[in-house]
Design a protein around this ligand. Sequence first.
Ligand SMILES: [Fe+2]
Ligand SMILES: [Fe+2]
Length: 152
Amino acid sequence: MINLSQDSYFTGIAEKITSSGRYPSLKQWTQHAHVSTYSHSVWVAMLAYKMAKKLHLKADYPSLIRGSLLHDYYLYDWHDKNKGFRGHGFKHPAISLQRASEDYSLNDIERDMIKKHMFPLTPFPPRYTESVCLCLCDKVVSVLEILRLLKE
Ligand SMILES: [Fe+2]
Ligand SMILES: [Fe+2]
């Protein structure tokens, strides 16, 4: 079990995203095991932020937090195969980018983060430090969720 404490810098940026757009709707969909897409996205953003800080990475921290929060903003139940969401792993980065762009003003770093977070499953390698952080932390958090080592 890992414990990520609250951080006022993180929450100050994160709350502007999580309280706007269609973000609250992420609570209704399951990401992995018992964890909602909302909680998954917050976990990933917190871990990416904490890791970058710990490693003293030169990064655009607001973009790192925002892009991480929005990386799975695809807004559907990916488990429902009857609704035509086959190939979710390959398609959802582009769908998330499209839907996040409808609700938020994104910069180049945030767009790259969302579009490339499934690398190497999708063939486009991350371009920025922030995108690499997200790519790694998304996979770590996903494994922890599947092993039920993270609480909702
Ligand atoms: Fe994803
Ligand atoms: Fe994810």
